[in-house]
Design a protein around this ligand. Structure first.
Ligand code: 7RM
Length: 656
């Protein structure tokens, strides 16, 4: 393993021996309690996925070929036609489920909306017509930059209905980040809001949207949802209020039958370079995998379940497990706008009690925060409605896993630790609640129909012990490419181990064959489950006029998983710390990328440790950041730099 922190994780996990078989309570009515799905898929994975596609979805035209695999390009259900919005809405209403609640919306201030499947279908049709009225045609890209409000799901479904791929940009990203994504996708329309509610106040979105539109060339119209009630500038002819468009639009908008391989959406994610990549997801395979995994991983009983995924729709988890998977399955979802600690540290548990949530899906960083806030917060509420509790986004340490199981799940709820990526589209490695014996901290086994192997540096299969996670067979929800960068697609995922998809994660197989995911092995950091590349933050820092050079590392952090630590050398003439404050630099990064990319700590140093060939030794900087003894420094061009930096690191207090 290339990385010391991974080595430590590996050691810590080696001692974890507790096992939790499915409880009698879950087995009593679980969808699957044995290995039959695994056996079926092992026999013939294509036939297995074809059965899921046929049973879980409605197709306008049957496919002729299940899988066309020309490495690294896969096509699933070739020749088949279907519409994603029709699968998420129309067929449920047609089946008599129009009165079922699709979305329980809880605004941060406490306002609520109850949206049935019939309501959602009506609203999506009108907004789809409104988009058509703005000139959006099949194949055109639409950018979405919204808070966590129902209009985010409505906008996505309206795009899907008319065959216009969407590109959702997380509302916490800066105008610059939005502009980069608009440019890359050449989007025609931007859907945003005046503002949203967060931490007890209104945060404006429209000004950032305006800035992005002004610095790009492709946006013809901006649709603005009224949510924050904050004042905004509306540009005549360009900007339109969402509610006015919807009110004026026709009620009927037929769903466009899409080719199974038509683009459904782009979602930008960080790779090892400074430029985020537009991950491409298509229609039939993607919807099949998210519907299947949502159903079986959460043991869905759609008639009675209330399912809550706490992610933001701006991330892939929101796409696949707030919108597409659950709605394809006619589930009732909770959607919450705000932060977990407004007005109090028990907001999540208040919501669970209020809506009688049965299935909860959240992130380790949130769970560790709840641990810090103490058991008295969940204890204020009745959480006995919960049946299955899930985790996603980063490795979950056994202690947090146990706390989640005992304190939130009352010792009765299976914990499903789900490993997957923006690129995989849907969950890949996870227990099935009624069938899998879990171990705290292990994502256990690949799901039925998913083929995974751990390999060593040379690409040889590892039967037991540590290595790199690879995927050996195409899967329906896999990314179809990187928008406009086919070479980068090949190099990033398929170039390292011939014939294998390289996930970029370290993994370990224990003596029982359980998988333990150990985090990234490349230059991608994982901060509270969000992927940010070291290069991206370095580029942002260096774009500040006072900065000469920057090196960024992810250091282990007990709450956020990793924290961003930056080492910065200033240009001569700007070396006076008074004139360039640390906060100026942190805010500059927030302006370039977004607040989530703000370094926790910045050290100003006269020089950075480099090898003789000029490569910054990030490994060493991570050792310093994590307070470890420095190893071999003989390859350094100038070893005294390290002592200097280490001295400053111990002397400088941490920022917050
Ligand atoms: C869904 C999502 C992907 C990266 C991935 C891992 C890490 C995600 C887990 C996990 C250990 C997990 N998409 N990761 N889930 N690591 N256990 N259950 O997070 O594209 O934003 O991130 O997240 O490193 O490569 S993502």
């Amino acid at each position: 393993m290339a990385d010391d922190s991974t080595g430590q994780t590996l050691h810590a996990l080696a001692d974890e021996r507790r096992t939790f078989p499915p409880t009698e309570r879950i087995k009593a009515d679980a969808l699957t309690v044995d290995t039959s799905l695994y056996d079926e898929a092992a026999e013939d994975d294509e036939a297995f996925w074809a059965r899921q596609a046929a049973e879980l979805l409605d197709w306008d035209t049957e496919w002729t070929t299940v899988l066309d695999w020309q490495l690294p390009y896969a096509k699933w259900f070739v020749g088949g036609k279907l519409n994603v919005a029709a699968n998420c809405l129309d067929r449920h209403v047609a089946a008599g489920l129009g009165d079922r609640v699709a979305i329980h919306f809880e605004g941060e201030p406490g306002d609520t909306r109850t949206i049935t499947y019939a309501d959602l279908l009506a609203e999506v049709q009108r907004f789809a017509n409104a988009l058509k009225g703005l000139g959006v045609e099949k194949g055109d890209r639409v950018n979405i930059y919204l808070p966590m409000i129902p209009e985010a799901a409505i906008a996505m479904l309206a795009c899907a209905r008319i065959g216009a791929p969407h590109s959702v940009v997380f509302g916490g990203f800066s105008s610059q980040a939005l502009a980069d994504r608009i440019d890359d996708a050449e989007a025609k329309v931007l859907i945003t809001a005046d503002g949203g509610h967060r931490r007890g106040s209104v945060f404006p979105l429209k000004p950032a949207a305006d800035e992005a539109v002004e610095s790009t060339t492709t946006i013809e119209h901006v649709v603005v949802v009224k949510r924050g009630d904050n004042d905004v500038d509306m540009v005549d002819g360009r900007d339109h209020w969402y509610h006015e468009l919807v009110e004026a639009a026709d009620a009927d908008c037929p769903a466009e039958p899409m080719d199974s391989e038509d683009l459904l959406f782009l979602l930008y994610t960080s790779g090892t370079t400074g430029k985020p990549k537009g991950i491409m997801h298509t229609t039939g395979g993607y919807l099949t995998q998210v519907a299947f995994t949502h159903k079986y991983v959460f043991d869905l009983h759609a008639e009675t379940d209330v399912y809550w995924c706490t992610a933001d729709v701006g991330w892939v988890t929101g796409h696949s497990y707030i919108v597409y998977g659950p709605l394809a399955n006619a589930a009732t979802v909770v959607m919450y706008e705000g932060v977990p600690n407004y007005p109090g540290n028990d907001r999540f548990w208040d919501i669970v009690e209020k809506y009688k949530v049965t299935k909860l899906y959240t992130a380790p960083t949130a769970i560790r925060t709840f641990m810090k806030w103490g058991v008295e917060e969940p204890a204020k509420h009745d959480l006995t409605s919960l049946k299955v509790i899930g985790s996603v986004g980063e490795p979950i340490n056994p202690e947090a896993w146990m706390w989640y199981r005992e304190v939130i799940g009352g010792g009765e709820c299976p914990v499903v630790d789900t490993w997957w990526q923006t690129e995989t589209g849907g969950i890949m490695i996870s227990p099935l609640p009624g069938a899998t014996t879990t171990k705290p901290g292990s994502a256990t086994f690949p799901l039925p129909g998913i083929s995974v192997e751990v390999v060593d540096e040379a690409g040889n299969k590892v039967e037991r012990g540590g290595g790199y996670l690879t995927i050996t067979r195409p899967w329906p929800g896999m990314l179809r490419g990187i928008w406009r960068h086919p070479q980068r697609y090949h190099d990033a995922y398929w170039g390292r181990y011939p014939g294998r998809y390289f996930a970029g994660d370290g993994a370990k197989l224990d003596d029982d064959g359980y998988l333990w995911l150990l985090g990234r092995v490349d230059d991608v950091m994982n901060v509270s489950g969000h992927r940010i590349s070291t290069t991206e933050v370095e580029s942002a820092l260096v774009s500040h006029p006072a900065v000469a050079e920057a090196a960024v590392v992810g250091a282990t952090d007990t709450t956020t998983g990793q924290a961003i630590i930056a080492y910065v050398t200033l240009r001569s003439g700007a070396s006076d710390v008074q004139s360039v404050g640390i906060d100026d630099l942190r805010n500059h990064v927030a302006g370039e990328i977004g607040a989530i990319a703000k370094p926790k700590t910045i050290y100003l140093t006269p020089d950075l440790p480099k090898t003789r060939s000029g490569k910054i030794m990030r490994r060493l900087l991570r050792d310093i950041a994590e307070g470890r003894n420095l190893g071999d420094t003989t390859t350094l061009a100038d070893a005294s730099v390290v002592d200097e930096i280490a001295a400053r690191a111990t002397a400088t207090p941490q920022e917050d």
